[in-house]
Design a protein around this ligand. Structure first.
Ligand code: WTA
Length: 662
């Protein structure tokens, strides 16, 4: 690419030649083993009509898709259902003693919950909530730790047709208050406290602060987890156990239209106000059940584990609804990976003989940093499929996951999707797709994506651009709560041509499509740098850095530079025992230059013990940009480790003057 070329494609310079095909053994037993499935997916409506039978309908739908009011879709028109009948009733009848969840407390306490137990518990809570005045359409806020009552709370709301609005238990009082108020939630379900990393999180106390300014809340239901004394407001607050003790364990499921809302889940956007993403019932149910079964190759006897918190969309779709509709046995783990020691995940896998593990690249990189001694202490041979979600996985982390967790034997499913998409969109099918480390591969059958340039034109294979979804899909967000205009504007305005009735969903991610048509996610488009007219993904540079043997984790941002537009600023965490010095800085810069090209060589490298991360583990590049540009730090409220940014800022200041000599 010539210097100064201002073509709008994103340059993806990292070349990855390793290939991994499903073994004959895996193929022979796979739920989906024939590439013909992609042809079936070519007829979107017929494909999704077929898979609708995964869900129990009270009244059959008359039409698969109504796109006449695009971008506001209607799926499974006129269909009536209650998602909890698919998730609970049919299993409680057919296989009442099958385990739905093995709960593993952070401190080692356990609980086994069968499908019949879960059914009864959900009915009890639904009855209790109904007694508190919750009716179809009322919003219920949920702010909990990872305890068995968490999925029960979501399902009890769904049983009543009351959309749940879950707020991740790591969020602050302010975030909780804003979300409760935006949704005008009527009831809040929370815990006294939750266990986290050996300590306690005072959820009820945090909730009390929010509640002092949340007038819509009429009642609070408190699950007793630690037994800590908490403030209980007479007539407003009730303990969960007191409410359910005498409640009936039968509750007729509310009949919902396929398009009635199932839940709201807030996600941050480019403005300060979070967006309340609204998902509806029928399409979401079909989408999560289909993708969960296919992507994880779910079988009757499997023990599946998704490590995500129920507070995030991954938890909604792949801890609660997908696995339960498919009637699988899951593990629900309360705590962190390093409590009491850094082998907790591997201990859990060995203990329950987990068959599928679904986790995040950020965790995998942390495990790499801790070293292989932890997984190698445990028997992980029960694993059949291992997955990742949440951010691009760099090839080195992928290879590590493959070797040390998957034993070079388990297909890796790198799944791309978003809160807004509801379910997985791009992922290998483990019995069909040849994988390449770092690529989410190709869209699932029935899903249509493209990579386009600034003008919305499809880029040729081998080029980069913006990832878009070109046809509607069942689990798609239907709107932003109370703000349909913002929904249209944020997701459907950039590349759509309403005058031609062409509606295109813009995901906000950059992607490259390689010569084989594989998709490589390059991070959010605001994480793409422009150096001397060349667009370079922060991810590519990070991958190159992590590829160096001394590096555990890296974050890269573009900072303003008078000469080159942006200069690349890197923040690097080294592996245990390695000392960062000027020699290593020079070596790393050269390493990136060798891996990608001289234009990708970081202008500055700062060593740090930790990177600033949100509580869900995402690196906060925005703060690193603030640091790099020596600005006042922006909003740090979602940060899990606030102290670290100040330390990095001091080091960055020193190193920028030292590094800028070239
Ligand atoms: C990123 C999480 C690369 C992406 C389910 C997306 C990914 C955002 C992947 C959504 C992946 C998620 N490869 N990037 N496999 N999965 N992302 O809403 O930038 O928390 O837009 O949903 O995470 O994050 P969200």
């Amino acid at each position: 690419m010539t210097k100064g070329d201002n073509s709008s494609t994103i340059e993806a310079l990292f070349d990855e030649n390793r290939r991994f095909s499903p073994s004959e053994e895996f193929k022979a037993q796979a739920n989906v083993a024939s590439p013909a499935i992609y042809e079936q997916g070519g007829d979107v409506e017929s494909y999704w009509r077929t898979h609708a039978s995964r869900v129990t309908w009270k009244t059959p739908f008359t039409k698969v898709l109504d796109w006449s009011e695009a971008p506001f879709a209607k799926w499974y028109v006129d269909g009536k259902l209650n998602i909890t009948e698919s998730a609970l009733d049919i299993h409680a009848q057919a296989t009442p003693n099958k385990v739905a969840y093995y709960f593993e407390g952070e401190h080692g306490d356990t609980k086994t919950i069968t499908y019949l137990d879960l059914y009864k518990e959900v009915c009890k809570l639904a009855n209790a909530l109904s007694d508190l005045g919750v009716r179809k359409g009322d919003r219920v806020a949920i702010y909990m730790g990872m305890v068995p009552e968490f999925p029960v709370a979501l399902l009890a709301c769904a049983r009543l047709g009351a959309p749940h609005s879950v707020v991740f238990g790591g969020f602050s009082s302010d975030s909780l208050r804003n979300r409760i108020n935006d949704a005008s939630a009527k009831v809040l379900i929370t815990c006294d406290e939750s266990w986290r990393n050996g300590g306690r999180v005072a959820l009820k106390e945090l909730a009390d602060v929010a509640l002092s300014e949340s007038p819509s809340i009429e009642h609070v239901v408190v699950v007793q987890r630690t037994g800590a004394p908490v403030n209980m407001v007479e007539g407003r607050d009730y303990y969960y156990h007191d409410l359910v003790v005498n409640a009936s364990d039968e509750r007729v499921a509310e009949e919902m239209d396929a398009e009635d809302p199932l839940f709201i889940l807030y996600t941050s956007g480019t403005t300060a106000k979070p967006k309340g993403i609204v998902h509806t019932t029928g399409g979401y149910a079909v989408g999560v059940a289909t993708t969960h079964s296919m992507v994880f190759d779910i079988k009757d006897g499997d023990i599946y584990w998704c490590t995500a918190d129920v507070g995030w969309v991954t938890g909604h779709s792949y801890v609660v609804y997908g696995p339960l509709i498919n009637g699988v046995t899951s593990v629900l783990y309360e705590g962190v990976p390093h409590f009491p020691d850094k082998d907790r995940y591997w201990e859990i896998i060995e203990k329950y003989k987990i068959t599928q593990l679904y986790t995040a690249p950020t965790s995998i990189r942390t495990f790499m940093k801790w070293g292989t001694e932890y997984p190698s202490k445990h028997d992980l041979t029960s694993l059949r499929v291992i997955g990742t979600v949440g951010e691009p996985i760099n090839p080195e982390a992928w290879m590590w996951y493959n070797e040390f967790i998957g034993n070079n034997r388990c297909p890796i499913v790198d799944t791309w999707w978003q809160t807004e998409t509801g379910h997985i969109m791009i992922s290998p099918l483990p019995g069909v797709t040849t994988t390449k480390p770092g690529s989410a591969t190709v869209p699932l059958p029935g899903i249509n994506v493209d990579v386009v340039d600034d003008d919305g034109n499809s880029v040729p294979n081998g080029s980069g651009g913006y990832l878009i979804v070109t046809q509607p899909w069942p689990g798609m967000a239907r709107t932003i709560f109370n703000d349909p205009e913002r929904f249209k504007d944020v997701y459907w305005s950039k590349f759509s041509k309403p005058e031609e009735n062409k509606w295109v969903y813009f995901a906000g991610d950059g992607a490259k499509r390689d010569l084989d048509g594989y998709i490589w996610l390059l991070g959010r488009v605001d994480d793409v740098m422009n150096v001397s007219g060349h667009r370079i993904s922060t991810l590519e540079v990070e991958s190159a850095l992590v590829d160096h043997q001394a590096v555990a984790e890296a974050a890269v941002v573009g900072r303003n530079d008078a000469t080159t537009g942006q200069a690349i600023a890197a923040f690097v965490t080294l592996k245990g025992g390695v000392q960062g010095d000027d020699k290593l800085i020079a070596e790393l810069r050269d390493h990136v230059a060798t891996k990608i090209g001289k234009i990708a060589r970081p202008a500055s490298i700062v060593f740090t013990d930790e990177l600033p991360k949100t509580r869900s583990g995402k690196i906060m590049r925005r703060l690193l940009r603030d640091i790099s540009e020596q600005r006042q730090l922006g909003d740090v409220t979602t940060l899990a480790n606030e102290d670290v940014v100040h330390e990095i800022a001091a080091r960055a200041k020193a190193s920028q003057s030292a590094n800028s000599a070239e």
